[in-house]
Write a protein that binds this ligand. Structure first.
Ligand code: DQA
Length: 140
């Protein structure tokens, strides 16, 4: 199974950005780990990150056209991007991941506009949430 792990806005700064919330691992280290973990699970994993909403929408269109499964962490777009929600609806298999527990943070993070359109959401379990998402996809 081909899996696109799509990380959105600000997630390219993992390791530098609020390490007390998001941890010390960089995006490059996360990507390497997920490719390796995926290959152990028989998944062909590709990890991407963008700060541009339109690029994220295009990647989701690519997954919709190719049939690839998606693990997505939309970052702050999770809370307001109807464009990404509309693109996610078109992809057959999507798991949403949040590193932090957004319900334990600012009230504006409680609204999750993409969550109704995904198979499931994993949050608050740190970077391990991505591994759990891959394990779920491998079990399908
Ligand atoms: C996040 C949570 C969002 O509220 C935040 O804007 C992010 C990261 C998470 O992984 O915990 O950028 O999606």
């Amino acid at each position: 199974m081909k899996v696109l792990v799509l990380n959105g806005v600000n997630l390219g700064r993992l390791g530098q950005r609020q390490p007390e919330v998001y941890g010390a691992t960089t995006h490059a280290e996360l990507a390497e780990h997920l490719v390796e973990t995926g290959s152990g699970l028989g998944l062909d994993v590709e990890v991407r990150q963008t700060d541009h909403e339109g690029v994220m929408v295009e990647w989701l269109h690519e997954a919709a056209a190719s049939g690839a499964a998606v693990v997505i962490n939309p970052g702050a777009w999770s809370h307001y991007s109807y464009a990404i929600a509309d693109a996610v609806v078109q992809v057959s298999t999507v798991v949403e991941v949040h590193i932090s527990n957004v319900h334990a943070r600012e009230s504006w993070r409680k609204e999750l506009v993409i969550s109704p359109y995904v198979r499931g959401t994993i949050m608050g379990l740190g970077l391990g949430g991505y591994d759990l998402a891959l394990a779920h996809l491998a079990s399908l």
